[in-house]
Design a protein around this ligand. Structure first.
Ligand SMILES: [Zn+2]
Length: 366
C-alpha cells in the first residue's frame, strides 16, 4: 500500500503540556469498548430511572462504577466494574450508546473503531442479539453524524461469557445479517484461562469467510507466546494491548514486517496491572523498534479517563512532540479495518484537520 509522505510541522512542544490543546488535537482510536465507555452521568440517570440497586448519590455512584482514581492496580477490581444490568428497554441502550459517541467529540476523535459485545446489551433481558446490534450501531451513527465523526464497529466475543459453539452460532447470524459498518471481530476477556487456541475453529471460519478483519486481546496479562498464537491460529491482523511483545524481539520483527499493529492503552494497562508503571510503559520502545503501535483508551468510563489523558502521558513520560503524535495517528489510520482507498482519503482529511489545529494554536498563546 502506498503510504503518504511525512509532513514535518514545527510546533512549540511546550504548548503540548496544555490539556486544552491536546484535547483539541485530532485523534484516531482503534480500541475502545462501548460497554466501558458510557457517559457516567447518563448511566447514573438510567440507574435512577430503572430503580437499580446502585447508590443514589452521584459521588457514591461514581465510586461504585469506576475504578478508584490513584488506587493500586488490580485486574479483578477492574473487571468487577463491568455490569450489564443497566438496560430495561431498548431506549436505555440507545441513550447510553448515543451519549458515548457524543463524548467522542469532546476528545476530538476524528476516526474510531468502537467495539462491543451484543451479549452485554442483550443478556439481562434476553433481547434479540441481531436486533440489539443494529440498535447500538444506529444510535451511535446518529450521534456520529451530528458530530461529524467517522465511526466503524467491531463485534467482541468474550472468552468467559460464551463457549466457542455459541460464538459460532452468533457469528453466523451476524454474517447473514450483513449489518453495514461492522468491519471486524474481536476476542476479549480472560486471556489467562482461555488461550487463543480454544477459539481456532471460530476464527478460521471468520478468516475464510473474509467478511471481517480480526483483532485479538493477547499478551496483555499473558506472555508473548499468546500473541504468536493469536496471529498463527486466529489470523489476528491487530493485537489488543500486546505489552508482552516488549520481551520478544523476534515477535517485534514479525509485527513490523507483517504490519500487525498493537492497540496499546497506557491508562488501562496501569489499572489492570498489565504494566503497572506508566512511566516505563513499553509503547515508546516498541515504536522505536519499528513496531506499529497505536494509542487507545480501552474503557474510559471505568478508568475515569479519556484519550486526551493517554496522549498527555505520551508527552509527559516519553517526550512526544507534535510530529510523533501525528505519526501514531498515521499508524492507526493505516491499520484501520477499512479498505486502502478509504484510508488514503481519511488520512488526507485528517491532515486537513491537523493544519487547522496548527493554525489555531501556533499563534495562540493559550
Ligand atoms: Zn480491550
Amino acid at each position: 500500500m502506498a503510504k503518504k509522505k511525512e509532513i514535518e510541522i514545527n510546533f512549540d512542544s511546550q504548548k503540548l503540556n496544555n490539556r486544552k490543546i491536546i484535547e483539541a488535537f485530532p485523534k484516531i482510536e482503534l480500541h475502545r469498548h462501548l460497554e466501558g465507555a458510557m457517559h457516567v452521568k447518563t448511566l447514573y440517570d438510567i440507574s435512577l430511572k430503572n430503580n437499580l440497586s446502585y447508590p443514589t448519590s452521584f459521588d457514591e455512584f461514581q465510586n461504585e462504577v469506576q475504578f478508584p482514581k490513584d488506587s493500586e492496580p488490580d485486574f479483578l477490581v477492574f473487571l468487577s466494574k463491568f455490569k450489564n444490568n443497566w438496560y430495561k428497554i431498548y431506549e436505555d441502550i440507545e441513550k447510553v450508546c448515543y451519549e458515548s459517541v457524543k463524548q467522542l467529540a469532546r476528545e476530538s476523535i476524528f476516526y474510531i473503531e468502537l467495539r462491543f459485545s451484543p451479549e452485554h446489551y442483550a443478556l439481562e433481558n434476553n433481547f434479540d442479539r441481531i436486533e440489539v446490534t443494529k440498535l447500538v450501531i444506529d444510535a451511535c451513527n446518529k450521534a456520529a453524524k451530528e458530530e461529524n465523526i467517522n465511526v466503524k464497529y467491531l463485534i467482541t466475543f468474550n472468552r468467559a461469557k460464551q463457549d466457542q459453539k455459541e460464538m459460532i452460532k452468533l457469528y453466523k447470524k451476524l454474517a447473514k445479517a450483513n449489518i453495514p459498518d461492522i468491519v471486524g471481530i474481536d476476542l476479549a476477556g480472560d486471556e489467562i484461562h482461555y488461550p487463543p487456541k480454544d477459539f481456532a475453529k471460530l476464527f478460521t471460519e471468520i478468516y475464510n469467510d473474509g467478511l471481517y478483519k480480526i483483532t485479538v486481546h493477547a499478551g496483555e496479562v499473558t506472555p508473548a507466546s499468546q500473541i504468536w498464537d493469536a496471529i498463527m491460529f486466529l489470523y489476528a491482523s491487530r493485537i489488543g494491548h500486546g505489552v508482552a511483545a516488549i520481551h520478544d524481539q523476534k515477535l517485534q520483527m514479525y509485527l513490523k514486517e507483517k504490519n500487525i499493529a498493537l492497540e496499546q492503552c497506557i491508562t488501562s494497562n496501569h489499572h489492570t496491572g498489565a504494566w503497572p508503571d506508566e512511566k516505563t510503559h513499553p509503547c515508546a520502545k516498541l515504536i522505536e523498534a519499528g513496531v506499529p503501535v497505536t494509542i487507545n483508551t480501552d474503557d474510559p468510563m471505568i478508568q475515569n479517563s479519556d484519550l486526551t489523558d493517554d496522549y498527555l502521558k505520551l508527552i509527559k513520560y516519553f517526550s512526544f512532540d507534535l510530529n510523533k503524535l501525528i505519526s501514531i495517528n498515521k499508524t492507526a489510520i493505516f491499520s484501520a479495518f477499512i479498505d486502502d482507498k478509504e484510508k488514503v482519503k481519511l488520512w488526507d482529511k485528517y491532515m486537513e484537520k491537523i493544519k487547522e489545529f496548527e493554525k489555531k494554536f501556533s499563534s495562540n498563546s493559550l
